[in-house]
Design a protein. Structure first.
Ligand code: ADP
Ligand code: MG
Length: 203
């Protein structure tokens, strides 16, 4: 699935969309959290970008693992270890020869690892409420654009949800009516990946 796209372009696209939307992510986190999510994500993806040459020299799965470790160390908050776990697990499960079906299996393991790490599950108004719908879309054979569209819709669908995990859960009913910031980040990353894959199509 990533056979003809390089790690550099993917990271650059992810870092760019996070930087461009950091303020919005922070606003979302100010409404139902502590207002640091945009800064957390921006710092993390800037750190990964800063190591890009070193990371890109590694085989794709190793590069993903190392990027995940970097995110754990630099994003901080509750989301850092979760995003880090996602990329580390994805890297661990992929090989350079992984085909589409293998990618979906690896993605599933990565999402499950996030759930295990967060002691969380779908329906609690977290990033998992975007990751699981993306997984479902992939299992149904959706292309990256359709997966990103599903992610976007899933992030929107966190608005009416009641948070029962993470900082937003401290607000109880007052968490209802706002998009979950971690869910918004995942949708942004999905969009960036889809754009990158599209622009490399046939390359
Ligand atoms: P913090 O909450 O420590 O300030 P961030 O603001 O960076 O960390 O990230 C908040 C996001 O992390 C939430 O919007 C949510 O999507 C995600 N999150 C928090 N706790 C969990 C958890 N236990 N499981 C899954 N996702 C979580
Ligand atoms: Mg926060």
């Amino acid at each position: 699935m990533t056979g003809n796209v390089d790690f550099r372009s993917l990271v650059a696209a992810m870092a760019e969309t996070i930087a461009a939307n950091a303020e919005r992510l922070t606003e979302l986190d100010s409404a139902i959290g502590d207002g640091d999510h945009g800064a957390n994500m921006k710092r993390g993806f800037e750190a990964v970008s800063g190591d890009l040459e070193q990371l890109a020299a590694k085989p794709f799965p190793e590069a993903l693992k190392a990027a995940g470790m970097k995110l754990v160390m630099t994003v901080g908050g509750a989301s850092g270890p979760l995003f880090g776990t996602f990329f580390m697990t994805l890297g661990k499960e992929l090989t350079e020869e992984t085909d589409r079906a293998g990618f979906v299996t690896a993605f599933e393991k990565a999402v499950d690892a996030v759930a295990a790490r967060g002691k969380s599950r779908a329906g609690q108004k977290t990033m998992l409420d975007v990751l699981y719908p993306m997984l479902e879309a992939m299992k149904q054979g959706a292309d990256p654009d359709a997966v990103a569209a599903r992610a976007e819709a899933a992030a929107e669908a966190t608005i009416p949800m009641l948070a029962t995990r993470g900082r937003a859960s401290f607000l109880g009913e007052r968490s209802i009516g706002h998009m979950d910031p971690g869910a918004a980040s995942v949708a942004l990353l999905a969009g960036a990946v889809a754009q990158t894959l599209k622009s490399h199509e046939g390359a």
